[in-house]
Structure formats: structure tokens, C-alpha cells
Ligand binder design. Sequence first.
Ligand code: TYM
Length: 329
Amino acid sequence: MDRVLSGIRSTGQLHLGNYFGALRNFVKMQHDAECFFFIADYHSLTTHPDPRALHDNVRNALSEYLAAGLDPNVATIYVQSDVPEVAELSLLLGMHAYVGELERTASFKEKIRKHKDNINIGLLNYPVLMAADILLHRADKVPVGKDQEQHLELTRRFARRFNTLYEVDYFPESEAYNFGVELVKIPGLDGTGKMGKSEGNGIFLSDTDAEIRKKVMRAVTDSGPTTPDSPMSEPVANIFTLLKVVAPADKVTFFTEQYNSCKIRYGDLKRELAEDIIGVVAPIREKIEAIRSNDKYLHEVVCDGAERARRSAAKTVAGVREIMGIRRF
Ligand code: TYM
């Protein structure tokens, strides 16, 4: 049986990018594979959040995961910092990760450009800790969005390097996964780039119907096609990308034809898009609040998840110690 793992940083509310990039895939896979889902609170520390915000964000992410359909009875759901074995594995993998290759990752370059005053070791080590998350359970498949592709390449590189160096076949080559099709990048509503937590361009799983309608109606478009079959501008292509993930195929075909024949009315397109997004978000949102305020349930989920995750993690780390020559007298 495949082992599947994925995670999310606890830096705010989940948005449609997280849902369609990763979360929905987990939910589909949880009954057919051995699944691990976790909240990456150590990773969140790289940007120095306020301690109170950190804890609330873990609660939010966990509640939203559960509301979106993750089932703690079948999947192991845990908080990264509840499984300290990951820190040891990160340290051990770090012995074979080179500073140059870490400095070259796109995410590190972007972070140091945005936060010149906070270029810490945690940021540089981010891909090593992420590789440790994945290799801790020797995961075969990792459902993630397109933005995580490079981190998965590095994870495979570290795994191969470890196997080659110690002449073992210990770690698998974990694969970024989206049901065999291309990894997705969900765009934001501001016309360019991807949907993100801090970009102010997202629709959150906790947004009300009215908020969703307002955000979608304000999404950036253009002045409309003037000649048949003209190429789409990036903002309009982004609206179509969102439509494709939430709406039935015949609706996508209808609006594509309207665009190609220059009859499209962006107002109608957005109104339909908003209703289809509400169709995805509303059933999740309705469950979030009840879960978020249920301390007893959340406590049980994370304690049980931590215990199961630690069992799997301890086995892996024991093997790594043995291979690397760390033994007790
Ligand atoms: P994070 O918290 O930024 O995002 C969580 C997941 O959501 C996906 N995602 C998107 N997918 C498509 N379009 C978007 N606009 C979009 N925005 C976010 C991300 O690809 C990701 O799958 N480093 C990770 C957290 C992490 C992790 C791991 C993930 C730590 N260790 C081990 C998988 C396995 C991160 O920052 O994701």
C-alpha cells in the first residue's frame, strides 16, 4: 500500500489554492493509502510569528482540514512539533545537504528578497526540514501544488544521496502527486500570480457567501475580446482556470465559446463562478466553526495523531541512526 504524506504551514486560513492544490487530493486518497497529514508549525517559525498567533493558526488549520473531509479515523493527522523525531532527521539529513543548493532554491531567494532583515538558518534549512517531514514516513506520494515541485526534487535528491552514500535502499523517491496529472497552480483574483495567504488575492474556506460574491465580482479582467478566437489575457485566463476547477464542464465550454465569439459578458461569467465557488466552500465553512470550538475533539485528534506518527517516525529514525553508525554501547 502506498504511503502518502502532505502538510501545510500554519500561517493563516486555508484558501482555494491549498484546497485544490493539495487538500482535495488527500481527502480522495485517504481510504486507499496509508495517509499522514500534518500542520507544519516548525516551518511557520521561519517568519517569526507572534506565539499567540502561531497557536491560533494551528487550531484554524486543523479545524479547516477536518471540515474539508479529512477523517482522523483513517488518516494520521498531527502537528509537526508533536513529533520531535522530525527535528533529529532534519539534523541528520542536513549533514548531506549543501549550502549552495539550498541557497539556489526559488523559495529561499524569494524569502530573502522580501525579508532582508530576517535571513535565518531556519529559512535556509526549510527544504531539509521538509524532506525530513516526507522521509520520516518514507512517503511514496506527496499531494502538493505546483509551487512545491522544487522542494520535492530536493527531497528526492537527498534521498538518493543518502542511499548512494551508505549503499542502502532505505528512502523511496517521493513523488509530488496530483492523480497522475499536472500539478496545479490556482491563480489569485488580482490578475497575476498564484493565490496566496498573504497576497490579499484569495478566497478562504471560511469566507461567507457574501464575501465570496464580492471578491469574485471585483476580480481583475480586461476590456473584452474584439476579434474572434483572440488569445486570453492573463487575468481572464486566470478566471477560466478557477472556473475549470469548480464548475461543470458544459459551463466552461459555454463561456469559452462566448469568449471566442466576442459575446462574453464578464459580469455573467463572474456571477456563475462565484456561485460554483460557494458550492465548494459553503459546506466546508459550515463545519469549521463547530470543530474549531470543540477543544476536546481537537485534543483527541492531535494526541492520537501524534502517537501514531511517532510510532512510524521512531522506526525510520532508528534505521537512519543505525545506517549512519550512531549506536549505543
Ligand atoms: P503551504 O502551506 O504554502 O501550502 C500548502 C499546500 O497548498 C498548496 N498551494 C497551492 N496549490 C495550488 N495553487 C496555489 N495557489 C497554492 N497555494 C498553496 C501548496 O503547494 C501546498 O501543497 N512547504 C509547504 C508545507 C510543507 C509540506 C511538507 C508540504 C512542509 N513540509 C511536506 C508537503 C510535504 C508549504 O509551505 O505549503
